[in-house]
Ligand binder design. Structure first.
Ligand SMILES: *[C@@H]1O[C@H](CO)[C@@H](O)[C@H](O)[C@H]1NC(C)=O
Ligand SMILES: *[C@@H]1O[C@H](CO)[C@@H](O)[C@H](O)[C@H]1NC(C)=O
Ligand SMILES: *[C@@H]1O[C@H](CO)[C@@H](O)[C@H](O)[C@H]1NC(C)=O
Ligand SMILES: *[C@@H]1O[C@H](CO)[C@@H](O)[C@H](O)[C@H]1NC(C)=O
Ligand SMILES: *[C@@H]1O[C@H](CO)[C@@H](O)[C@H](O)[C@H]1NC(C)=O
Ligand SMILES: *[C@@H]1O[C@H](CO)[C@@H](O)[C@H](O)[C@H]1NC(C)=O
Ligand SMILES: *[C@@H]1O[C@H](CO)[C@@H](O)[C@H](O)[C@H]1NC(C)=O
Length: 641
């Protein structure tokens, strides 16, 4: 563990401290449950908050004799009326054993650490460890107790009163700027993962990792330790409901190491940590390579091209079956709109995944309750995508209607798009001579822009899709577009236009913005660039590879070429898909081309926002529709659908 964290920290430091800036309070892991650890860091969360005191929350699992509003309030020096209100119970209520109780506390800085003070009268047989770990369940620890009570030894006496500092923290300036108002010290228990906990509290997993200085490569957490959950709103009792018992016939549990066998598990963690460390080093190597040699090398040598619809960002970080099962249970309790299917149901729906139901890659068409659905088999970590899709609901984003976990694989059930991926329609030779007319093309572009605008501006936090391309845009029976495959989507750090640095250069050749390829910079403007390429495909009827005319020439040069030719209109006309020649309002093509040109701007800050693009395209669509209705006869003739 230690070894791999050292590697990770070392790498992150080299990488340009982006992650460290965002890491708010390092997660100390098992060190806080080890009384012989003498590191100062285990004494508490540091006083790095914007304010020196704040409202904070801790969790506590009801255990006799601390199983009522009154006894828990006393033990943790919380306000009984606030405690009962937040847990939606009366002030005289008792809790079932093991019920997760949310406890509001006042957190403030004392010396170098932030803490919520409470006091405790020592009982016969107590030790610092028993008080910290068993009575306070890990909300405090031996070292902090000893330090606060100014003890040189670990000797304590029955009947004496000790100050108990509970581990809590106040949001840092960064968190405050991101709208985070409270930090909740969550007591980790067996089988918890950062993503299941985050889902419970409706928090982005990335944010939680960040708040604890954890990384996707090394997200391990341990029972009886505290994990900080960054909250925008006060927590509520709905978040403490235990997941329901597993479904009637769960998939057979796979053999997995006993979670109580900590020496085995530590060993696994060490391996995972070392592998993660090595993977990080490789990625770092690639980034340095790209930075140093990128300009002199051909683009195609450097790009890690995704496998279209199946692209997974981190196969290395595969969740264990046990974690997946647990995650599945948490979905069924939180995500009401997502149905958890039994594998049998999916087998029936797809005729045992028969070739006749195969769509492409690992995607099958299934018939569920009389409706078609697209069923995708996935072996990577799906928690991010599920979590994101559960939060969003938009006509232009493919809806996730269900999930299933079986035999080490996830199956995601999506709404079905009858006309398949847009990529099948770009080049008309692919589609039995059927093609999209001008208005349909504008409508599709507008749909994609609207979906992206939603991701960029109306999800919290904002998200970047990161893998916009024609095979990730699906067309329904009305040729309305829906963005699919949010597997690579990630939250956009900071405001639109600001950048975050990524360690994974992943995407699809031809669609990736120059600043991302060269420097790994991620912002919403990445999607704007890819959208420009997509629009170019839509308008020209050429697939992305065919758009790049010369080696190393970039697309905005291609466009500038088209737009600056002396016989402007003529060159432009040649550029537009020949299938629709003559059947589009000429005056609009120039507008569309200029919009594309701006999307492909080398400087991300000069690219328009998706909001602006949506507005331009709406106007273009209105004009196109007017044009269409006044040109009905000729137009109808060329209609494809
Ligand atoms: C506890 O910490 C000490 C000192 O850091 C270390 O030597 C020991 O191995 C740790 N024990 C466990 C169980 O992690
Ligand atoms: C910090 O204190 C100010 C003034 O008391 C308050 O308005 C603000 O909400 C506090 N911020 C946090 C993150 O608690
Ligand atoms: C926390 O502070 C607020 C305001 O200072 C006070 O009203 C409240 O009673 C305090 N809560 C506890 C548990 O001390
Ligand atoms: C706080 O930390 C500083 C630097 O590590 C140390 O010099 C100081 O003694 C600490 N203060 C307290 C009250 O522990
Ligand atoms: C908490 O207790 C410590 C030690 O007894 C004391 O120094 C500190 O001032 C207390 N903090 C608050 C907010 O009461
Ligand atoms: C720590 O406390 C928990 C209950 O909170 C208990 O189940 C566990 O066994 C304790 N750990 C040790 C090492 O005693
Ligand atoms: C953790 O999960 C495993 C497998 O799902 C289960 O057997 C075990 O009982 C769980 N442990 C606890 C404490 O819930």
């Amino acid at each position: 563990m230690r070894f791999s964290s050292v590697i990770s920290i070392f790498i992150l430091a080299i990488l340009g401290f982006w992650t460290l800036i965002h890491a708010q309070q390092p997660y100390e892991g098992k060190a806080t449950t080890n009384c012989s650890n003498t590191d100062n860091s285990v004494l508490g969360y540091s006083c790095s908050g914007l304010n020196r005191s704040c409202q904070a929350y801790v969790t506590f699992r009801s255990q006799p004799p601390y199983n009522s509003v009154a006894s828990i309030s006393t033990l943790l020096s919380s306000d009984p009326s606030q405690l009962s209100a937040i847990n939606s119970v009366s002030e005289t209520a008792s809790f079932d054993t093991n019920k997760l109780v949310i406890v509001p506390v006042n957190c403030s800085c004392s010396g170098n650490y932030s803490q919520a003070n409470t006091s405790y009268v020592v009982q016969a047989g107590d030790s610092f460890f028993l008080i910290a770990n068993n009575t306070y369940q890990g909300l405090s620890n031996c070292q902090a107790l000893q330090d606060q009570n100014r003890r040189q030894t670990s000797e304590i006496f029955t009947g004496e009163r000790l100050t108990i500092p509970l581990r809590c923290a106040c949001p840092t300036k960064n968190q405050n700027d991101a709208g985070i108002k409270y930090l909740l010290s969550y007591l980790v228990t067996w089988n918890d993962t950062v993503s299941t906990i985050s889902i419970k509290f409706g928090v982005d997993t990335g944010r939680s990792l960040e708040a604890n200085g954890l990384s996707e490569e090394n997200p391990n957490i341990y029972p009886f330790t505290t994990l900080l959950i960054p909250l925008q709103n006060p927590p509520s009792s709905a978040q403490t409901i235990a997941p329901p018992p597993p479904p009637a016939s769960p998939p057979p549990p796979s053999p997995s190491p006993n979670s109580n066998n900590s020496s085995d598990k530590t060993w696994v963690y060490v391996v995972v940590g070392v592998v993660g460390g090595i993977a990080l080093m490789i990625v770092l190597g690639i980034i340095i390579f790209v930075r140093v040699f990128g300009k002199s090398k051909k683009r195609s040598d450097l790009v890690i091209v995704s496998e279209s619809f199946e692209a997974r960002e981190k196969p290395l970080n595969k969740k264990s079956d046990e974690e997946s099962q647990d995650f599945l249970e948490s979905i069924s309790s939180i995500a009401e709109s997502i149905k958890v299917y039994k594998f049998k149901e999916l087998e029936t729906a797809t005729d045992n995944f028969s070739p006749s139901c195969w769509i492409s890659g690992s995607v099958y068409r299934g018939l569920i309750n009389g409706d078609y659905a697209a069923i995708k088999k996935v072996s990577g970590d799906v928690s991010k995508e599920i979590y994101l899709l559960n939060k969003i609901n938009h006509f232009n984003l493919v809806r996730l209607s269900g999930v299933c976990f079986s035999d080490g694989h996830w199956f995601l059930v999506y709404e079905y798009a009858a006309n398949g991926p847009l990529s099948d329609w770009i080049c008309n030779t692919n589609n039995d001579g059927k093609f999209l007319n001008w208005t349909q093309r504008v409508q599709i572009a507008l749909d994609v822009a609207t979906g992206l605008n939603y991701l960029h501006s109306f999800t919290s936090p904002p998200h970047v899709h990161k893998n916009i391309k024609s095979s990730n845009v699906l067309l329904d029976s009305e040729f309305r577009a829906k963005i699919a495959n949010l597997a690579m989507a990630r939250s956009a750090e900071g405001q639109e236009g600001e950048f975050a640095l990524t360690r994974h250069i992943v995407g699809t050749k031809g669609y990736m913005a120059p600043e991302y390829l060269e420097h790994g910079l991620v912002s919403t403007k990445l999607d704007v660039y890819a959208f420009g390429v997509l629009m170019m495909e839509i308008v020209s009827g050429k697939e992305v590879d065919a758009l790049y005319t010369e080696e190393d020439m970039n697309l905005s040069d291609v466009l500038t070429d088209v737009l600056s030719k002396e016989d402007g209109q003529e060159t432009l006309r040649k550029f537009i898909d020949p299938s629709i020649q003559g059947n589009y309002p000429l005056e609009l093509t120039d507008l569309v081309m200029r919009l594309i040109d701006r999307c492909l701007n080398k400087n991300p800050a000069d690219r328009p926002s998706m909001d602006e693009i949506t507005q331009s395209l709406s106007r273009i669509l209105t004009t196109s529709l007017n044009w269409e209705s006044s040109n009905v006869p000729g137009y109808q003739f060329s209609r494809s659908s």
